[in-house]
Design a protein around this ligand. Structure first.
Ligand SMILES: Nc1ncnc2c1ncn2[C@@H]1O[C@H](COP(=O)(O)OP(=O)(O)OP(=O)(O)O)[C@@H](O)[C@H]1O
Length: 291
């Protein structure tokens, strides 16, 4: 594959900031995540293909998702990162012409998430998702977090109270909102709204949390809070995140998958991807020479 260093796909600011930074310093000390987990997998993508109608957006994707680790998907705009992420909770099923082929095994049972016999509703109970832009419901802060619990039939006030508090605490938002739980979620700042959406996703205790560029609409302070939160959450939950920001991927991820034109070019420990990737194409991308 020929690398075009003048590719305009990556913004100049992104390119500039990456060149100024030593990504290897950011991943320093992250250790060998694989050794730490003993290779335990929460999910495993095997030869996954996906079509939007006639257009094949994912081609033969393989990707291990390690348990209680942060796996980042990186790559130029349009390479298929969000498409891959959305396969994990069967979001594509909302449109009739979309088609999956292959497997995403969700462990410990090993159920194939994209298998024709798998009920997408059951998968969404196990796999939570947070989007690029904060999207709270037009409800109170409390009811936003309680929403997923009510869907699961939990309506007892004392149980909801405990779970709402636990999720808001887990999302590092409890102290900021505990005295205004009945107020509209729209009264929160953008960063608080995003942490609320994370709390909403956490409340039902998902096995896997999908984050699609969760900080792209946030300022640097709110971004830092969400990044800290992601690192803490990974003590208990498996996280798969799409990000355009190389610094962010280097700061928070244990593993990284680099995608290009619907294919997984390289998957490895973050410490290898950002210091010594195996493929020249990956190196060109992470150093900002190729978008
Ligand atoms: N609903 C859709 N219908 C048809 N094609 C789509 C649809 N959504 C995405 N695509 C195409 O699938 C490919 C992958 O898109 P996707 O959004 O997954 O890329 P991405 O890597 O997440 O991009 P970005 O970083 O810009 O968000 C692109 O060519 C895109 O145009």
């Amino acid at each position: 594959m020929t690398v075009d260093p003048k590719s305009p796909t990556m913004s100049e600011s992104q390119r500039g900031s990456m060149n100024d930074l030593n990504l290897s310093q950011l991943v320093e000390g992250r250790g060998d995540a694989q050794a730490e987990t003993g290779n335990a997998l929460r999910a495993d993508v095997q030869n996954l293909n996906f079509w939007y109608g006639d257009f094949q957006a994912l081609k033969g994707i393989n990707l291990p998702v390690h348990d209680k680790k942060v796996t980042a998907l990186i790559g130029a705009s349009g390479c298929g990162k969000s498409t891959l992420l959305r396969c994990f909770n069967r979001m594509h099923d909302l449109y009739r012409n979309n088609r999956y082929d292959g497997a995403i095994n969700l462990y410990p049972e090993g159920d194939n998430i994209v298998g024709p016999k798998t009920d997408p509703m059951l998968i969404r109970l196990r796999v939570g998702m947070v989007f690029q832009k904060p999207n709270p419901f037009p409800k109170s802060i409390y009811e936003n977090v309680a929403a997923g619990l009510r869907i699961r039939g939990i309506n007892k006030r004392s149980v909801l109270d405990d779970k709402v508090e636990a999720a808001l605490t887990g999302a590092a938002l409890w102290t900021e909102v505990k005295d205004r739980l009945g107020e509209s979620a729209y009264g929160l700042s953008g960063g608080q709204q995003q942490r609320l959406c994370i709390a909403r996703a956490l409340a039902p205790e998902p096995e896997l949390l999908l984050l699609d560029e969760p900080t792209s609409a946030l300022d640097p302070i709110a971004t830092a809070k969400v990044e800290d939160l992601i690192e803490k959450l990974a003590d208990n939950i498996t996280i798969l995140i799409v990000t355009h920001n190389m610094q962010q991927a280097a700061r928070i991820s244990d593993h990284v998958g680099y995608m290009h034109l619907g294919e997984m070019v390289e998957f490895d420990l973050a410490s290898r991807i950002f210091v010594k990737p195996q493929k020249e194409q990956t190196r060109a991308y992470v150093t900002g020479r190729f978008g």
